[in-house]
Write a protein that binds this ligand. Structure first.
Ligand code: SAH
Length: 344
């Protein structure tokens, strides 16, 4: 990656118009280039055929498109899920997943190279975090996948490698660009940002005037258990994280989803379900239950079917809506960070 060159694909619409204006171009040129970059998703300036040759050359010299190299694609024989391994310009590897649902194609994107959060069940965090992704690199994952499958992507979850709230500015930029009416125009309501619960970032996010869904990786009914599996819990208490989520709901009107990864004998017993129900009582909450995906590095077992059912029943009886995350792509290292891990 040539860092001296401008990362033109990370500009929001108005910024791109201003950038081209500086180069002496009229405002409509900004619209044209934005459309090439984010609607037609081209890989080179040469494809921007309605620009003069001189302008294309100038853009080539000063700007960078930060292309992603598709290194590997695995397709699940069970459910059609596709897992992608991409190489960034500086050689780092990231992964993304495409899940074909009846309601449309959903893409799970990474927000960082690795992760620093240290959750004990997660494979993405084992080697720490190398760097944040630029907005253009997060966008590139969606664009490459859309080209690969030849179909529209309608849903995005920011649940791949990394903690999106640590890469806050680039993630917000990504959301604004991908939902722009001059770009892919993916509805913000169809975008979910998943976080382990960085309180100041959740508070800032509630003021961004975005309509995205916030998902909190809760994974425990109390601080004691949470601290054992998520180091971030040592910094932020559950009560305070939930207050930040309440604020997000008040300001955006978007119901927060609570992710709860069920680990055998750690957090999956009836008493944990009752404690969780108590914790979430009175909130417009939705709990997404996920049997933990065992990885070679953690010694966790997925919760047993019977325990999951009991857990879910206790929550439902307490008036809390739940879903069970469908486990997609089990046969292709579906869980967070597992594919990159295998490569390393
Ligand atoms: N850092 C963010 C987003 C990335 S992780 C977050 O913490 O939310 C996306 C989701 O996958 C999180 O809910 C995370 O806890 C979960 N996850 C990670 N490893 C997993 C595993 N082995 N099994 C099941 N879920 C896992």
């Amino acid at each position: 990656m040539d860092s001296k060159k401008t990362d033109i694909k990370s500009f929001e619409y108005e910024e791109l118009v201003a950038f081209l204006k500086e180069m002496g171009q009229p405002a409509f040129r900004g619209k044209q280039v934005f459309s090439w970059l984010h609607e037609k998703c081209v890989d080179s300036f040469d494809q921007m055929t309605n620009l003069s040759k001189a302008l294309r050359e100038e853009l080539k010299e000063t700007c960078d498109l930060r292309p992603l190299k598709k290194r590997e694609v695995l397709t699940s024989e069970i459910d059609g899920t596709k897992k992608y391994l991409f190489e960034l310009c500086d050689g780092f590897l990231i992964e993304s997943v495409m899940m074909p649902y009846k309601h449309g194609n959903s893409v799970c994107v990474s927000s960082q190279v690795g992760c620093n959060m240290g959750c004990s069940f997660c494979a993405s965090t084992i080697n720490g975090c190398e760097r944040n992704l630029t907005a253009s690199e997060i966008l590139g994952q969606v664009y490459e996948i859309q080209k690969d499958i030849g179909e529209r992507v309608s849903n995005i979850v920011i649940m791949g490698m990394g903690e999106p709230m640590i890469n806050y500015d680039n993630v917000v930029r990504f959301v604004r660009i991908i939902s722009d009416e001059n770009a892919l125009h993916i509805s913000q309501r169809n975008i979910t940002i998943s976080t382990c619960g960085i309180i100041p970032a959740i508070i800032s996010m509630s003021d961004e005037r975005l309509k995205v869904t916030l998902a909190l990786s809760l994974h425990a009914p109390n601080d004691e258990i949470r601290k054992k599996i998520m180091p971030v819990a040592k910094k932020y208490k559950i009560a305070d994280v939930l207050s930040a989520c309440d604020l997000y709901f008040e300001k955006t009107g978007r119901r927060v989803t609570f992710e709860y990864c069920l680990i055998d004998h750690v957090n999956d017993k009836p008493e944990h379900a009752r404690e969780l129900a108590q914790l979430l009582k009175g909130r417009n909450a939705h709990v997404n239950l996920i049997p933990v995906n065992p990885t070679p590095e953690n010694n966790y077992g997925a919760a047993k079917e019977k325990d999951i059912e009991t857990f879910q029943n206790i929550l439902e009886t307490a008036g809390i809506t739940t879903t069970r995350r469908r486990e997609m792509g089990r046969d292709i290292s579906g869980a967070c960070g597992q594919l990159v891990r295998r490569k390393l």
